[in-house]
Ligand binder design. Sequence first.
Ligand code: SF4
Ligand code: SF4
Length: 143
Amino acid sequence: MKSIAMILVFALAAVAGVFSFNWGPVEGDFSTLEIRANGTVLKTIEPEDGSFPESAEIIEAYYVIPDECIGCGICVNQCPVDAITMNADNIACIDPDLCVNCGMCASACPTSTIELLDKDDCALYGIDADGNEELLQEGFEVE
Ligand code: SF4
Ligand code: SF4
């Protein structure tokens, strides 16, 4: 079944792009930064030598909006490259490094909660040592 799916993959797959997000110096006592889209953490950024980097690259791949995932696992069985796993909360998670953007999981999802990443949905958050979060930036300029 997956071999048939693999053939379809090459017919359906879109070329994945990379968004390069930029921001200024981060003010505030944060432990980590996160780039998120619709509640999904796309990338966690650690400080380097006491300060945070001011840019990051995000792969344009499909992702799951967690609040609407019912944990049915249908997408896991649809993915021809095994890019989807269920996390400890039974929410589907897509590995953007593996995803080939075929869209088969999105077509099969009964709650329509899998989307191709849109740069305009991305935002930067700061997370402090107590887990408190602060929205730092929306509307990235993309290079
Ligand atoms: S098919 Fe949709 S609802 Fe089901 S586990 Fe995957 S993302 Fe969640
Ligand atoms: S995660 Fe979805 S879009 Fe990506 S390769 Fe798997 S089925 Fe295709």
